[in-house]
Write a protein that binds this ligand. Structure first.
Ligand code: FES
Length: 577
C-alpha cells in the first residue's frame, strides 16, 4: 500500500483533549500539570499509551516495570508523550479456572482504554499466553498505530546439570514421580530450578508461539520475539519500540494497515513451522476475525500439509527458546521458510517481512533446521472431523507417539474434570494402554472457559507398566508445553449437546490422523436414543462477567471470541465535551 500523508499535530487524536481551548481541555491540561508535566512536555506531541500487563502475581511479566521505563525512554527521545496504563494481567500459573475465561475481557479493556483516553498510538506489553492475543485483538478493534513488545522467554531451567523446559518437563517428571522413578527430593529440585528468570515459558508453548506469530504478523520490531527476557538486547528492543511508535503515529501506520490476509497467512505458517501450540488455532481465528480476514480450521489443515516443522524446540523437539535465539531466532527460521510466506506483507518498521528477514543467518542448524532436514516434514497440526466432532477437532501429531496416529480403542469416559481426578488413579479403573480416555464438560461453556485439561494424565497403573502415551479426547485445550496423542477442541462441545456428551464407557473410537478422521463407532439409531435422553446441564454462572461470557462466547472452531466483538469497524471516538 502507498504511504499516507504525515499527520500534523492538529490531526492527532489527542489534539481533541489537549490542543483545543475549552473548559474540558482546561481540565486535561491542569490535571496533566498536576502530575508534574509542563505543557511543553506534551503539546503537539503524539500521546503513546503503554498498555502494561505487569502484576505482582505474573512471574512472566516481572520485568515489565523496568521495560516500561525503557519504552518511555524511547518515546521521549522520539518526541512523544508516554502514558503508561495498567491492563488486566492474565497470569497463566495462578488464575482459575483458566486465563482463557478472561482473554476477551482483556481484549475489551485494551480496546476501551485506547478509545476513552487520548491515545494517538500504543505499545502493547504482553507475553504470558493469553495476554498476546487479547491485546492484539483489542488493538485491532481500535485500529491505532500499534507496536507489540513481547515479554521474551525466560532462561533455560536447570536441574542436576540438565536443562528443564517449562511445562514439558513438569509433565515428564510428574509422570516419573507417580511411576516411582524419582524421589520427592528430586521433585523439589525440579520445582526450584525450572523457572529461574523473568520471562514467559521457554518451551514452544502458547507464549512463544503467539509472540512469534505476532512478530510474523508484522507487529514487532524484527527479531523481537526470540530475545530472552533478561538479555540486555531485550531492553534495547523495548527502547527502540518506543522510538518507532512515535514515527508510526506521524506516518499514520495503523495496525489495520499491517494485519491483513498476508499477515494472517504468515502467522499461521510460522506457528506450523515452529511446531507451535494448538492454542494458537483458537487465538489466530479470533484475531483474524477482528481484522476482517477469513480463517478457519480447514485453512490450518491445508497449510499444515505443506509446512515443515523447522524449530527443534520442546515439546515437539529437543531445545529451548534460549537456544533458538542463539541459533539465529525467528528471523533465521523465517528466512528458511521464505517461499511459503507472503514476503510482501507490511510490518511496523515500514518495511516488508521479506526485507526484514533478508540475509538472516542460522548459526546452529540442529536447532533451526534447513528445509532439507526438517524436524517433521509436515502436519505440525492436524484438523479432524467425523461424527464425534462435526465442527472439527485438532491434534498435534508432531508431539505424540507415532504408533497412535491410527488407533481404535474402547472409551473410558469421565463426565467432568473432578470425576477424572477422582478416578484416574483408582486401581479398579478398567483401562489398558489401548483404551481411549474421554473427558466431557471441558469446553468453552462446560468447564467453563476452555481450560488446558486436554492432556489427561496417564493412569498410574499404566505409568508403572511403562505406558507414556495413549489416545485422549476432550473438548478442552492443552497447554502448548504439553505432548501426547491428545485430541482437543472437539466442537461442538459436550456441554451444549455435542456428540462427545453421548459417548459411553466401552464405545469404540477410531482415530485416523492421516485420514483426518475421528469416529465414534456407534450406530445412528443408538446415538438418536442417547440424544433423546440427554438433558442440558445448568449454566455455571447466573451473574457477573460469567453470564456475559456464557451468553456470547463462540465455540473453539470459531475462536471463542464474543460474538458482538468479532466484526465491524472501530467504534467512533467518544464525543469530547
Ligand atoms: Fe506465563 Fe507460561 S506461565 S507463559
Amino acid at each position: 500500500m502507498s504511504a499516507k500523508p504525515r499527520k500534523t499535530p492538529e490531526q492527532l487524536r489527542s489534539h481533541k483533549w489537549y490542543g483545543v481551548s475549552d473548559l474540558r481541555s482546561f481540565g486535561h491540561r491542569s490535571r496533566t500539570a498536576q502530575m508534574g508535566y509542563h505543557r511543553s512536555d506534551y503539546a503537539g506531541k503524539p500521546v503513546i499509551a503503554i498498555l502494561n500487563t505487569w502484576s505482582d502475581i505474573n512471574p512472566c511479566h516481572s520485568h515489565f516495570r523496568q521495560r516500561a521505563e525503557e519504552i518511555k525512554r524511547g518515546i521521549w527521545q522520539a518526541g512523544g508523550f508516554p502514558v503508561e496504563m495498567p491492563a488486566l494481567s492474565l497470569s497463566e500459573p495462578f488464575q482459575k479456572p483458566t486465563t482463557m475465561l478472561y482473554r476477551n475481557l482483556l481484549a475489551m479493556e485494551a480496546e476501551e482504554l485506547l478509545r476513552s483516553y487520548p491515545a494517538d498510538g500504543c505499545v502493547l506489553m504482553g507475553g504470558c499466553d493469553k495476554t498476546t492475543p487479547a491485546l492484539v485483538m483489542g488493538a485491532l478493534s481500535m485500529n491505532l498505530p500499534t507496536i507489540f513488545v513481547p515479554a521474551g522467554p525466560m532462561l533455560r531451567g536447570d536441574y542436576k546439570g540438565k536443562y528443564l523446559g517449562s511445562g514439558s518437563d513438569t509433565w515428564k517428571y510428574w509422570a516419573e514421580l507417580r511411576a516411582g522413578n524419582i524421589t520427592d527430593a528430586d521433585w523439589r529440585d525440579v520445582e526450584d530450578g525450572i523457572a529461574r528468570s523473568p520471562g514467559h515459558c521457554m518451551t514452544m508453548g502458547t507464549a512463544s508461539t503467539m509472540t512469534s506469530a505476532t512478530e510474523a504478523m508484522g507487529l514487532t520490531l524484527p527479531g523481537a520475539a526470540s530475545i530472552p527476557a533478561p538479555d540486555s538486547r531485550h531492553a534495547q528492543m523495548a527502547t527502540l519500540s518506543g522510538k518507532r511508535i512515535v514515527d508510526m503515529v506521524w506516518e499514520d501506520l495503523c495496525i489495520g494497515d499491517i494485519v491483513d490476509a498476508r499477515a494472517i497467512h504468515n502467522a499461521v505458517t510460522t506457528v506450523l513451522a515452529l511446531g507451535g501450540s494448538t492454542n494458537a488455532i483458537v487465538h489466530l481465528i479470533a484475531t483474524a476475525r477482528r481484522a476482517g480476514v477469513a480463517l478457519d480450521l480447514e485453512r490450518f489443515d491445508a497449510l499444515a500439509r505443506q509446512t515443515p516443522v523447522l524449530a527443534n524446540i520442546r515439546p515437539s523437539g529437543k531445545y529451548l527458546m534460549e537456544d533458538f535465539y542463539y541459533a539465529g531466532g525467528l528471523r533465521a527460521m523465517l528466512a528458511n521458510l521464505a517461499d511459503l510466506l507472503d514476503t510482501t506483507a507490511r510490518t511496523v518498521n515500514g518495511r516488508t517481512l521479506g526485507e526484514n528477514i533478508a540475509g538472516a543467518e542460522t548459526y546452529n542448524d540442529d536447532v533451526i533446521r534447513p528445509r532439507a532436514n526438517p524436524l517433521v516434514a509436515n502436519d505440525g497440526l492436524a484438523v479432524l472431523h467425523g461424527n464425534l466432532a462435526p465442527d472439527g477437532a485438532v491434534i498435534k501429531p508432531a508431539a505424540m507417539e507415532p504408533h497412535l496416529q491410527r488407533h481404535t480403542g474402547p472409551a473410558v469416559v469421565f463426565r467432568d474434570y473432578n470425576d477424572m481426578a477422582a478416578r484416574i488413579d483408582d486401581p479398579a479403573l478398567v483401562v489398558d494402554k489401548d483404551s481411549v480416555l474421554v473427558l466431557q464438560s471441558a469446553g468453552p461453556q462446560g468447564a467453563p472457559g476452555l481450560p488446558e485439561w486436554g492432556q489427561l494424565p496417564i493412569p498410574q497403573k499404566l505409568l508403572k507398566e511403562g505406558v507414556r502415551d495413549m489416545v485422549r479426547i476432550s473438548d478442552a485445550r492443552m497447554s502448548g508445553t504439553s505432548y501426547g496423542a491428545c485430541v482437543l477442541h472437539v466442537a461442538p462441545e459436550s456441554h451444549i449437546g455435542g456428540p462427545l456428551a453421548l459417548v459411553r464407557d466401552g464405545d469404540l473410537i477410531e482415530l485416523d490422523i492421516p485420514g483426518r478422521k475421528l469416529t465414534l463407532k456407534v450406530d445412528d439409531a443408538e446415538m438418536a436414543r442417547r440424544r433423546a435422553a440427554w438433558t442440558a446441564p445448568k449454566p455455571h454462572f447466573t451473574r457477573g462477567f460469567g453470564t456475559l461470557y456464557l451468553k456470547h462466547v463462540t465455540q473453539a472452531n470459531e475462536g471463542c471470541d464474543f460474538d458482538f466483538l468479532e466484526a465491524g469497524g472501530a467504534a467512533p471516538d467518544p464525543e469530547i465535551h
